[in-house]
Design a binder for this molecule. Structure first.
Ligand code: PNS
Length: 174
C-alpha cells in the first residue's frame, strides 16, 4: 500500500499580477488542505508585469494573514521550486472549462518532469469564476469599477499604479 503523507507541503503558483479575491479564496482553501502552503510568485519579466515581485509579495502578505503561509518568488521550473521546498502538491484553480485545457497540459508536463509532485485542482467559487488579474487590470485601466474583485489594499495600489484616483468616500452632509 502506498504510504500516507501526514504532513503535506503545497505550492500555489501564479503570476498574481495582482492578487484577486479569487486567488485569496484559493489560498485559504488550499491552506486547509496542507500543513504548509507556499504561495509562489513567478518572477518573469517577459510577461511584463504591472507590479514588481516585491509589490506582489507585499499585497499577498498583507491580504492573506494565515498561519503556515510562506510567500516566495521563483524562476525556472515550477516542479524544481516545489521540490526545493519539499512540496508534494501543486494547487491550481479552475474557473471555467476554458482554463481546463491549459491546466491539464501543465499538470501532465509537470507530472512527466516530477511524478512525485501531484497537481490538485480547486474549483473557483461561482462569484469568482470570471475574475482574472488580466481583466481586473484592463477594466481598472479603462476606468471601470473593480472593487469587490480584489482586496481593498490591492484596489488602492492598482489605482495608484495606474495613476487613477479612488472615488472619494461619501461624506455626511453639513
Ligand atoms: O498565474 P499564471 O500566470 O497562470 O501562472 C502560471 C505558472 C506560473 C503556474 C506557470 O507559468 C509556471 O509554472 N511557470 C514556471 C515555468 C514552468 O515550470 N513551466 C512549465 C510548466 S508545465
Amino acid at each position: 500500500m502506498p504510504s500516507k503523507n501526514a504532513s503535506i507541503v503545497a505550492v500555489f503558483p501564479g503570476s498574481f499580477d495582482p492578487l484577486t479575491n479569487g486567488h485569496l479564496d484559493l489560498i485559504s482553501r488550499a491552506s486547509r488542505l496542507s500543513s504548509k502552503l507556499v504561495v509562489a510568485i513567478l518572477s518573469n519579466d517577459s510577461k511584463l508585469p504591472l507590479f514588481s515581485v516585491q509589490e506582489r509579495m507585499d499585497m499577498i502578505r498583507e491580504s492573506a494573514s494565515l498561519p503556515d503561509l510562506e510567500i516566495e518568488s521563483f524562476e525556472g521550473l515550477l516542479v524544481d521550486f516545489a521540490t526545493s521546498k519539499g512540496a508534494s502538491m501543486i494547487v491550481r484553480g479552475i474557473r471555467a472549462v476554458s482554463d481546463y485545457e491549459y491546466e491539464l497540459q501543465m499538470a501532465h508536463m509537470n507530472r512527466r518532469l516530477r511524478p512525485d509532485v501531484e497537481t490538485v485542482f480547486l474549483m473557483s467559487r461561482e462569484e469568482n469564476s470570471f475574475v482574472s488579474s488580466k481583466l481586473v487590470k484592463e477594466v481598472a485601466r479603462l476606468g471601470g469599477d473593480v472593487s469587490g474583485l480584489v482586496p481593498p489594499l490591492v484596489l488602492e495600489r492598482l489605482l495608484l499604479k495606474l495613476n487613477l484616483h479612488a472615488a472619494p468616500m461619501a461624506l455626511p452632509k453639513g
